[in-house]
Design a protein around this ligand. Structure first.
Ligand code: HEM
Length: 181
């Protein structure tokens, strides 16, 4: 994944747990560098390695860390100058969700090696959405939960999110989202 992702992980750990923990996490992941170039693509194994090592060093479940990371990502990208881009693709939570593919496609224009996720949104009832998440990568569903929570928060919405267990043969993950008035 792009260095922007690894840098966000680093900033999150530095902010919440401090430098010595981050150093431990890096050596646990045999990370060759922690001087990430934001616009350079790194092997996915490096990012997964950092998450695994962080889970061991901090003794926190990897899913919990990924969820926290997802929430943090919304703030981090805004601080890195991508907040306007997000707003450009939706002035409220629902329209932002419906435009996630377009938004990532726009990122792809700046990041040629981007392998973005794909989302489908269905409205089941007013304020009740079903989100389908497609990815080439495994195990990132908890990150989606955090991303959704962070995105909703950014738009001043309270949401409940349920991640449904993946059915056999299903090529995507499903989330029910309830937007509270
Ligand atoms: C301005 C805000 C955002 C920016 C700049 C951004 C950009 C990116 C970038 C650079 C990656 C790494 C992909 C790669 O290197 O191949 C990524 C991955 C991802 N993004 Fe976004 N993103 C944003 C917001 C969101 C939001 C709001 C969601 C969902 C609610 C989302 C869902 C994901 C997921 C799930 C991944 C992990 C990759 C995968 O599933 O295969 N992103 N994004």
């Amino acid at each position: 994944m792009y260095g922007l992702v690894n840098q966000a992980m680093k900033d999150l750990v530095l902010e919440r747990f401090g430098e010595s923990r981050w150093t431990e996490i890096c050596s646990g992941a045999s990370c060759p560098t922690d001087d990430f170039e934001l616009m350079k693509s790194y092997p996915d194994a490096l990012t997964y390695g950092l998450v695994g090592s962080a889970s061991r060093v901090l003794q926190v479940d990897a899913g919990v860390l990924l969820e926290q990371f997802g929430e943090y990502w919304i703030r981090f990208t805004a601080e890195k100058g991508y907040g306007e881009l997000l707003l450009l693709f939706g002035k409220d939570f629902q329209s932002c969700l419906r435009n996630l593919n377009h938004m990532h496609a726009r990122m792809g224009a700046m990041m040629p090696e981007l392998q973005p996720p794909r989302f489908l949104v269905e409205e089941e009832a007013p304020g009740k959405l079903l989100l389908k998440y497609f990815s080439k990568r495994a195990g990132l569903a908890p990150m989606v939960v955090g991303l959704l929570r962070g995105l909703a928060q950014r738009h001043g919405n309270q949401v409940s999110i349920v991640h449904h267990a993946r059915q056999e043969g299903q090529d995507h993950e499903c989330f029910s989202i309830t937007i509270h008035a």
